[in-house]
Design a protein. Sequence first.
Length: 181
Amino acid sequence: MSYYTLVSPAARPTSDQPAAPFAIDVLRVGVPAQLDQQALVVRQGDSGVAVLDEERWAAPLGDELRAALSTELVRRLGTQDMTGLTGPINQPVLAIRLQIRRLDAWPGHAVQLDADWSLGFAQDPNGARLTCHTQLQEAAPGGYAELVRAQQLAIASLAGRIADDARGWAQSRQHGCTQHA
């Protein structure tokens, strides 16, 4: 039996920008019911799926996704994830909610990620939120380890988009979703 994680190996901060002036709270990640299991689920053609009982996540998929997103955002924003902690007294906390709509994986071919996400400061009296949608695709040649690596890259790319918009949203609640090529 093989176990995989979506959390990429530790790396240096990727941003050459100063640390974000806010902490983050990465909330529980929503995952489609058909993917919400310990075993990897992969696509077979256009309509089939395979549940790979011998290829498993190290933790439930929603937890893997939340941990991977948190790790990437902390690294990119140079801030702290306050999930489960008491918030800092003198620093705003940006709540980040992610709903995975699709996480399709075709072994030897590609991974596609389709997700909605929102940002909002818990202390904002108006309850203003930024809601965005992202679709990503990563090549996934090779076996299951390469397939998981492609999923890690898709999560890292998603975290980059969220981090860019989080910085903009923190400066101006008028900031919209950044369009990426």
